[in-house]
Ligand binder design. Structure first.
Ligand code: MLT
Length: 340
């Protein structure tokens, strides 16, 4: 695989392979020096044409922890402001000798378009309403770590489904790994054609809470929304927010998730965000290991399409509670080199 644009670029085996590799990189992160030389000599450009805190920082750390050189391209102070086109901007960056570009863009399909303009690997870090594949991977990783697997798990994704690339990527990833997904939203925040998605649709949050393994809340995406679609944040909270009272309906083992940035007191009440069942900060932590796995698979030895790459893949561990095969080193440095 050369690019990661869409969760549908990955079948269930490829998804699980990335999650297993991310387990190894999560171990690297616990070391005093959380770094391996796997991508030494490679250059990764972070080209974010839309705001981001966690995704940009997470890709930046992931690339550096693999010893890649990282260039942060600041769209706001670039020649785009002087009228340069996206194509010229990308071709100019690529001409400097880089290996991958991680792209966030407000237009759905921009990362795909970029693959036609350059030979380097392209990673989609969120494009419009379309896809956010590394968010889906880190969410699968987080659920698997807490609940063992996604197989048969009941997951509700609640809120602004219509404008959410996270919803689109997560529904695809969760269902590929065997989860049953329900989307919960008012009719105005459901996309046209939802009946063809592999989900159950529910309008009332209170009807589903007691049975859930995972309650996943989305941010209200005002920047992409016609204000007529939602009376007010207050009204939304009353009907679809995870209030303290609603959180009491969830089982003690259920996970509360949110991709961030979170509006405390709208999608999730402030007290609930700090509930022990909330794994919102774990999601952020796990994002670094998952993005290390993605960059390693695209640029490192043993990439999906490179039969000649020397490094053998480790056996897959689908259940993180199963101890690794003692005959196979769990430490990725034994496959990708000693600590940097
Ligand atoms: C995204 O970039 O889509 C975020 O991770 C979620 C959001 O902005 O609500």
């Amino acid at each position: 695989m050369k690019h990661l644009l869409d969760i549908d670029d990955l079948d269930a085996d490829a998804l699980l392979d990335l999650l297993d590799l991310a387990e190894d990189f999560a171990e690297v992160q616990k070391r005093d020096v959380p770094k391996v030389p796997a991508l030494r000599g490679r250059t990764v450009v972070l080209a974010f044409f839309e705001e981001s805190t966690r995704t940009r920082t997470s890709f930046d750390l992931a690339a550096r922890r693999l010893s890649a050189d990282v260039v942060n391209f600041a769209a706001a102070s670039s020649s785009l402001k002087k009228g340069e086109s996206l194509r010229d901007t990308i071709e100019t960056i690529a001409a400097m000798g880089i290996d991958a570009v991680v792209v966030r863009h407000a237009s759905s399909g921009a990362p795909l378009q970029i693959t036609g303009w350059t030979d380097v690997s392209v990673v989609n870090a969120g494009d419009g309403w379309h896809q956010h594949p590394t968010q889906a991977l880190l969410d699968c990783f987080t659920i698997r770590r807490h609940l063992g697997s996604l197989e048969g798990k009941r997951i509700a994704i609640c809120g602004d489904i219509k404008h959410s690339r996270v919803a689109r990527s997560n529904i695809a990833a969760f269902t590929k790994l065997g989860a049953e997904v329900t989307v919960v939203a008012p009719g105005t925040l459901l996309p046209p054609g939802i009946e063809n998605w592999p989900v159950r649709v529910e309008r009332r949050l209170d009807r589903v809470l007691a049975d859930l393994d995972v309650a996943y809340f989305l941010r209200i995406q005002h920047e992409r929304m016609n204000p007529a679609l939602l009376p007010s944040d207050r009204e939304f909270r009353l009907l679809y927010g995870l209030t303290v009272e609603r959180a009491a309906q969830l089982s003690g083992r259920a996970l509360i998730m949110h991709p961030g940035p979170m509006n405390r007191g709208v999608e999730v009440d402030a007290e609930v965000a700090d509930d022990p069942r909330a794994v919102i900060l774990d999601q952020v932590t796990n994002g670094v290991a998952v993005r290390m796995a993605v960059l390693f698979r695209l640029l490192g030895p043993g990439r999906f399409d490179d039969e000649s790459a020397g490094s053998p893949d480790p056996p897959r561990r689908t259940d993180p509670s199963t101890p690794p095969d003692p005959t196979t080193p769990a430490d990725p440095t034994t496959r990708v080199g000693a600590p940097a």
